[in-house]
Design a protein around this ligand. Sequence first.
Ligand code: M6R
Length: 349
Amino acid sequence: MLKEIHETPRVIEDTLATHLRDSALGTMNLDLDVPRPAEVLMVACGTSFHAALVGKYVIEELAGVPVRVNLASEFNYAATPLSRGTLVVGITQSGETADTLSALRKARAAGCATLAITNVLGSIVTRLADRVIYMRAGPEICVAATKTFTAQLITLYLLALHFSDMELAEKQKMFKELRRLPMAVQRVLDVEDKIKRISERIASYENVFFIGRGISFPVALEGALKLKEISYIHAEGYAAGELKHGPFALLTEKTPVVAIVARDRTYDTMLGNIKEVKARNAPVVAVADEDDDEIEKYVDFVIRTPHVEAIFSAVTNSVALQLLAYYAARKRGCEIDKPRNLAKSVTVE
Ligand code: M6R
């Protein structure tokens, strides 16, 4: 897992090199003759579902196209209305996840155009969907998805820019930011020792909450999934505003809360949420921008991530959370690469 996390900067470079034709002209190599759709519906499971939730935020923000995200495992049993103008996007690293395949079959049967985002050449999904975008993450052996999650995010940023009718100058700025991400992720990896020290404290707890708002909400969900699957610590990801609708009852000095804090329009409300958590005596670890000099006053520990445009903070912050999970699991002596009861691809519904 650690090796695969460390491959992330190269994975981002490769994914961008494959799909970005010319940043100056704002052109891409995505094999997509689909025009800007009236609506996008994404189907996925597990970590890929969390990438889809980030994708919803990004596509709506950058392209203004409405996006619905469904768990593939639920979509197959729901009477979700589908119209021919809907582009259905199946996100699956392995290309073999049974629920995601069934969801795409259902979408095709309803006459929708389908697109698969996958990492595996020749996988079942590539034969099923009308269009395919390959991520360039290389083989991922560890059961926990890490570098492929990042590659999914990069692909979704590119898809959003493909659909977007923003001015060329604005698009160029976005491409420039994307090109800075390998270096930004490398800087997260460079502070690994600090993340390790914080993780070793987290390792002694049995319940952890992860909270975020806006784009950081799915990052929180993914942080919690990563921690629970490899360290066996019970972890819950929550939209920060939802804590007070129930989970507050669980907060004590024994339930640390990891708060993902982006420097965007959610910032002030997020600080308010952190104060509420602290008032319940829960220890707080913030994952925050290196330029944020407010946050330290309100939390117990800060994991600093390099400054990037807030919309791209999902990349840097999720890599920090992957390291957090990894070192907590290592401290607990878990068999990280092959967690109990889990398989790399889930080929039954
Ligand atoms: O191959 P897929 O992306 O379709 O897999 C989906 C999930 O099974 C997968 O992301 C799973 O949640 C991972 N163990 C997460 O680390």
